[in-house]
Write a protein of this length. Structure first.
Length: 371
């Protein structure tokens, strides 16, 4: 059961202390307090764990400071969608809204290579009205001799350029907890010119200790990629690790599954799971067409496979697109063959608009049908 407290409940108030007293005296029930400090207000939720079936929902709702009580199923306690659960399906970060009802595009470099390329990318993003990007500094590579990313060395100029081109959020994979400190130091050093969304890559989806540490910080939202060879349920539980530690600003990323059944694509595209994740949880859903397809192969209709699958994910309601671009894909240090070029950005965005409009029309049609 979750107790949702009235916003800005003061934890020193006598009402709150009375509530705590009541909860402490419930037999075989433990509680965990989760606080979300927004710019406008502080929200407090209390998760009751144990023999909660003995509790009466109306009685719990009438306790001091409690606005609402929600009975939850065992699955995905914090991030799940439960019966009569009206908790939000969106969050704000650095002025950008991330939610199950909107769409944000994160076009950018798979791996940062030079300041010139970073600047060229950000310039074209700004020219096309974009405020988010992806910039890989720490690259998990299959081969130990492959380029591993420029790491903390490139962070100051990436953040400075982001600020210069009005980029509000940079999605960046981290593979170790020390990377969070390096990112925070570089942000301080450059005067916090932008925001960072921490990305957990598919190789680390079940790195539980990393998930716990990332979940304990609330400064940055998290993009958790689905594990490439585990069930959807296992990946959603990985997302719940982040939330159970305190950070529920989590976006769930679909990036394809590793199997030769998906050949000739790099991974078997799994965007049919967009509506499934939205039904089971309150997380916005991201698609990564670049790592799913892995090439610039063109279909006979002159549309790139990468753009076909992007449209498929969006027409199914995807909320974020993480996509590789590069000013000179031939010299990209990682994943050049799947990158789109800067000249293709306006075309890509226009194609996305068509798919998003179609999705919105489908939602309106469904509403009409069911009313
Ligand atoms: C990436 O987005 O750069 C990446 C490595 O993705 P994934 O973890 O999905 O392979
Ligand atoms: Mn890549």
């Amino acid at each position: 059961m979750i107790l949702i407290l009235t916003p800005d409940t003061d934890q020193q108030s006598s009402h709150y202390l009375r509530l705590m007293d009541h909860l402490n005296n419930l037999p075989s029930i433990e509680h965990r307090i989760h606080q979300e400090k927004g710019t406008q207000q502080t929200l407090t939720e209390i998760y009751l764990i144990g023999d909660t079936h003995t509790l009466n929902l109306d009685e719990m709702s009438s306790l001091p400071c409690v606005e609402r009580a929600v009975r939850i199923s065992e699955e995905y306690r914090v991030l799940g969608r439960h019966k009569d659960d009206t908790r939000p399906t969106s969050f704000e970060y650095n002025g950008i809204t991330f939610g199950q009802n909107n769409l944000n595009i994160f076009a950018g470099l798979c791996a940062v290579n030079t300041p010139e390329h970073v600047e060229a990318m950000m310039k074209v993003l700004q020219e096309n009205g974009q405020q988010c990007t992806r910039m890989g500094a720490y690259k998990p590579r299959t081969n130990p001799y492959s380029f591993q990313g420029f790491g903390k060395e490139c962070l100051p100029y990436v953040f400075e350029l982001a600020g210069q081109y009005d980029i509000k959020v940079v999605a960046m994979e981290i593979t170790h907890e020390s990377h969070i400190d390096e990112i925070n130091e570089a942000l301080e050093q450059t005067g916090n010119p932008t925001g960072v969304m921490l990305q957990i890559g598919t190789r680390n989806t079940q790195n539980f200790e990393l998930l716990k540490i990332v979940g304990r910080q609330q400064r940055h939202p998290v993009l958790l990629k689905r594990g490439f060879g585990i069930t959807l349920e296992e990946s959603l539980n990985a997302a719940e690790y982040l939330a159970s530690e305190g950070n529920s600003k989590v976006i769930f990323g679909l990036r394809g599954m590793k199997t030769n059944m998906g050949d000739p694509h790099r991974n078997f595209v799994d965007f049919a799971h967009v509506p499934v994740v939205k039904r089971l949880t309150r997380m916005p859903v991201c698609i990564d067409p670049s790592h799913s397809v892995g090439s610039r192969d063109l279909a006979p209709d002159n549309i790139l496979d990468v753009m076909h699958v992007t449209a498929q994910g969006i027409i199914a309601g995807a909320n974020m697109v993480l996509v590789d671009f590069h000013p000179e894909p031939k010299v990209a240090l990682v994943d050049g063959p799947q990158a789109l070029t800067l000249k293709e950005l306006p075309y890509f965005l226009e194609d996305i608009r068509i798919a998003r409009d179609a999705y919105e029309q489908r939602v309106a049609l469904a509403k009409k049908h069911f009313n």
